[in-house]
Design a protein around this ligand. Sequence first.
Ligand SMILES: NC(=O)c1ccc[n+]([C@@H]2O[C@H](COP(=O)([O-])OP(=O)(O)OC[C@H]3O[C@@H](n4cnc5c(N)ncnc54)[C@H](OP(=O)(O)O)[C@@H]3O)[C@@H](O)[C@H]2O)c1
Length: 333
Amino acid sequence: MRAFICGFGTIGQSVARVIKEKQDFFSKRYGETLTLVGALDSKTYISDPNGLDADAIIKAKKETGKVGNKDYKDIKDALESVDFEILIEVTSTNIETGGAGLENIRYALENGKDVVTANKGPLALKFKELTDLADKHDRYLLFEGTVGGAMPIINLNKYDLAGQKIKSIRGIFNGTCNYILTKMDDGQPFEQALKEAQQQGYAETDPTNDVEGYDSACKVVILANSIFGRNATLDDVEITGITSINSDAVALAQNNGMVIRLIGEVSPTKLEVAPRLIPRGHPLSLPGTLNTAEIITEYAGPITVSGVGAGGLETASAILSDIIDIMDERIGD
Ligand SMILES: NC(=O)c1ccc[n+]([C@@H]2O[C@H](COP(=O)([O-])OP(=O)(O)OC[C@H]3O[C@@H](n4cnc5c(N)ncnc54)[C@H](OP(=O)(O)O)[C@@H]3O)[C@@H](O)[C@H]2O)c1
């Protein structure tokens, strides 16, 4: 099988590296490999039906800022330059319009490609349209990496908890906010904690999507639609961010054995992101940048998972599991 990586930043480069490192694994499991035949960034692309060398294109991107030597005006020209079966869509997230990712996913599904993505925007805005499109064309659209980075949650529900009613999911879905709130537990005011998060590379220069709760809300929408079968969009989520939390509120919580965490909550009737008081020691009181989710199930009771919510190889780990899912179905293991 052949893959094309759309978006060649942190995640795209990590996926290229993982595909290269897993060649023996693919050969042993399927008797054939997964070949990377194309990659593009915002301006250029490179493709070769015989396969690309991941190290060479990562080096070129780092040295020149370009993944390829061919410029494109219409992204379709890049995608049509070579035959492939799996599109890995990891361009930048745009939660207002869906951005290039929305167009790329539509194009791929309509043209017979399976899609793996970590891009939240298209799924938070157009989940039903895209999953209907995938069904119509008998294609896979898999998106484990959109929620919680490396933390398995969508596939955990799909496979290990298959058949069970999921009563609710509550979780920490934004490592940046959790980092800020943890620093506030240590006595830092919000502004200083945010500045430190930016210096550490956890928060963007414009942190609005994180601190106002929109990023967590995207994940809530994706969980609601994929696990609870809802037809929600971002507009359906009640969202409160962490910008109004001050040191007094954090101290008051601490005096009562609690911490404040930004919690996303999904159930058949609820879609909410808001700061919550969590008892110290509870799984949702986790400090630092990790993501965590508590799934309340029909038979298994509460199940808690946590993991690294961001990072190149960590998110590539989720993308790899989706790629394997597709290869298992298309080739058989
Ligand atoms: N980073 C994480 O830890 C993480 C975790 C989970 C999910 N994600 C999601 O994964 C995706 C990629 O994240 P990232 O961290 O790799 O971002 P990134 O480093 O900023 O890379 C984004 C890539 O997309 C390309 N791009 C942007 N606009 C484009 C357009 N209109 N057409 C084609 N290519 C375009 C950029 O091109 P240039 O290189 O030319 O600028 C760049 O190569 C995002 O949707 C993000 O939300 C990221």
